[in-house]
Design a binder for this molecule. Sequence first.
Ligand code: 2P0
Length: 359
Amino acid sequence: MTEENFIPKPYTNSIDSGSFTWASPSNIALVKYWGKKEHQIPENPSISFTLNNCKTTTTVSFSKKEINTGFSFEVFLDGEQKEDFKPKIETFFKRVEVYLPFLNAYHFKIETSNTFPHSSGIASSASGMSALALCLMSIEKELSTDVSEQDFIKKASFLARLGSGSACRSLEGDLVVWGTHDEIKGSSDLFGVKYPYDVHQNFKNYQDTILLVDKGEKQVSSTVGHNLMHGHPFAQERFKQANSNLSQMVSILKNGDLDQFIALVESEALTLHAMMMTSMPYFILMKPNTLEIINKIWNYRKQKGSNVCFTLDAGANVHVLYPQNETASVLEFIKNELVAYCQNGQYICDVIGLGANKL
Ligand code: 2P0
C-alpha cells in the first residue's frame, strides 16, 4: 500500500452538520520507536501494549461553512478553550488535508478530555491524535458510501500517525506493530496493525502501573527527541537492534518466556534513554527517583522471584509491568516501597486493553 491509496474517491453524500465522539487509549511501547524520516515514517518498527484506562475522549462537532477560507476550528480541554493546542492541530490538518478533502468545508469544534491528569507526564498525543483521527474518519464515512470496517481503522491509524507517530498504535488492542518488519505479516510504515500471531496466556491482561515521578512539562518534545537521531553516532546500530529485538519479541510472545521478556523490555527502555544521553545536545530524562524505583524493582524481583519489570517513555515516569497473577503482591510492593518516590504519591493502575471505541 502507498500513501495514494488513502486519498478518497469523490464523496457521494452531502451533510451539513453533525457530531461524533470516540474514546481512544494511550499505549506503551515494548520495542521503542525513536527516530523518524520525513512524513512521519519510522526509522524502525515498534510494538506496544494498548492501555485500557488511560484514555482521551474527543467529540468533534462540525458544520458546513459558507465559504472555504482555510481551516476553521476551536479546541476545548475539559470545557476550556485551548489556544495553545491549535498549532499542533493546524499542522495535523495540513498534513492530512489531501487525505480528508472535506477539512476545508466545515467549521469544527473539538472537545477533548483525558482520564489521566493533563500534566502528569503521560503523553496525551497518542490517545489524543488517535481519537481525533477516528472522529474525522466517522465524518468521512458519512460522506462516502463504501468504507469497510477494516479500511476505516487502517485509514484512522494512517491519519493518527501523521498527527503523532505513536498514535497509530492506539486504535486496536492488545498488541500493535507499527513499521515494516520482514517477519510480521501486514506490517507497514504507514499505519499500525494488530499483532497477527499467537500470544501466550502469560501476557493476557498484563498489568501496567504508571508511577508518576515527575509531572512537569516535558524537557524534550518528542519531535526534538526524534530529530536527535539524525546524525546520531549510534543510530544505524540502534535501528538494526530494534529490528532484531522485534524478531525476538515474536518468539517471546509465542513461548511466554517471562525472563526473556523482562530482559528485552528493560533493555529497550534503557537503550531509549541511552540514545538521549548520547545525542548532541544530550539529555537525561530520568530523575533520581526513577533510578530509585528501578533499583527497588530489581531487588524485589531477585528476592521474591517475581516477574515484575519496568519500561520508560521519553520522561521520568516508570511503567511497572507484571503478569495478572502477580497483581495483588506487586500492588502491595508498589504501595509499600515505590509510592514514596512518586510526586504526591500518585500512580495509575492500568492493564492492556482492546483499543478505541465509539461513544
Ligand atoms: C514510542 N515514544 O515508541 C516512543 C518511545 C516515546 C518513547 O513515540 O513526533 O509523540 O509525534 O511522531 O509518537 C513519543 O513520540 O512522536 C514516542 P511524534 P511521538 O512510544
